[in-house]
Unconditional design. Structure first.
Length: 201
């Protein structure tokens, strides 16, 4: 899939409103070394009928699936969001937290002159989230190594995510440093209900 991440025109499809093909970091995802075995596709659709049609009919998507050893498909219902991704927020949606597990997406464009400072401190994030019991899954992803960064995490509940975000000392240090030193030129934060999570082999 890595060969397609820089050419989104290959998957233009009726009803597809937003798409990102992302690479991932090795180990826990918070590494400068890519994980060439794992990739992420984030997409927003006009409706689920067109999404399903795409997964069944699109030749490129089927080619990627055929080369995959396994696939996880997560449908989400965003209910809290702030910021933008390439100057738009495709996750705007009227909903509320419905209880249960949530998926959190964070995304930021790191300023070039802040890269070293950013890299020195990101290891704290990996260690702090790894030790938190409320996190079921976490992975660092991105469009461009280091500069275009994002994380995807799944939490047992909204409260478990808040306990980490507002109480973990290492996480708070990173947030405060990011604000004080103005690391990012653009940011996005999204909380979503998980409608379904399916695993395919």
């Amino acid at each position: 899939m890595g060969a397609y991440t820089f050419n989104k025109n290959l998957i233009i499809y009726d009803g597809l409103e937003f798409v990102k093909l992302l690479g991932t970091g090795s180990r826990d995802g918070f590494s400068m070394i890519p994980d060439f075995a794992s990739y992420i596709m984030i997409s927003v659709w006009e409706n689920d009928i067109l999404r399903k049609k795409f997964t069944h009919d699109n030749k490129l998507f089927k080619e990627i699936i055929n080369k995959s050893s396994k696939r996880v498909e997560i449908k989400i219902d965003p209910y809290n969001y702030i910021g933008s991704w390439n100057r738009i927020n495709p996750f705007k949606n009227k909903s509320n937290y419905m209880g249960g597990k949530i998926l959190v997406l964070t995304r930021a464009r790191v300023k070039f002159n802040k890269l070293i400072n950013f890299l020195i401190n990101t290891s704290l994030a990996a260690k702090s989230i790894k030790s938190h019991e409320g996190a079921d899954f976490y992975k660092g992803v991105g469009e461009l190594p280091i500069i275009e960064q994002a994380t995807i995490s799944i939490w047992k509940s909204e409260q478990s995510m808040k306990d980490y975000a507002y109480s973990d000392k290492n996480h708070q240090k990173i947030i405060n440093k990011a604000r004080k030193n103005k690391w990012y030129s653009e940011e996005l934060f999204v909380r979503s209900n998980i409608i379904s999570l399916k695993k395919f082999k």
